[in-house]
Write a protein that binds this ligand. Structure first.
Ligand code: SF4
Length: 114
């Protein structure tokens, strides 16, 4: 079973939409729905915080302390596709930075639930 880390948009999560991870990202990972090809183990759930500077170090710390390197990193659907989007970096730009820093594939979006 693949091990995955999920990164969510803290600005979205803190806006009262029931995030982080009240069920959507976690359900999609557990059942292999949305952008997950098959059921996955979520080994880290990391919250980005504006303007995003600590994200990569927090991700690195989660991998170091858990001693688990995820097979893939997923940006939550709120990070990858919310409107209005992140005012600092596009999801693609942020994914490139994360991928370059970790060497791990980044998938944009987790689920299609409403
Ligand atoms: S920097 Fe962008 S992705 Fe990160 S919390 Fe702020 S708005 Fe969300």
């Amino acid at each position: 079973m693949e091990r995955v880390a999920i990164i969510g948009c803290g600005a979205y999560m803190d806006s009262g939409y029931g995030c982080p991870g009240e069920w959507r990202c976690l359900k999609a990972a557990a059942l292999g729905e949305g952008n997950f090809d098959s059921p996955c183990q979520v080994v880290a759930f990391i919250k980005c915080e504006c303007p995003g500077r600590p994200l990569i170090s927090n991700l690195g710390m989660a991998m170091k302390l858990s001693e688990i390197k995820p097979d893939k990193i997923y940006f939550s659907s709120c990070l990858a596709g919310s409107t209005p989007g992140c005012p600092y970096l596009s999801p693609g730009e942020l994914a490139s930075l994360v991928q370059k820093a970790t060497g791990i594939e980044v998938v944009l979006g987790t689920h299609d639930y409403h």
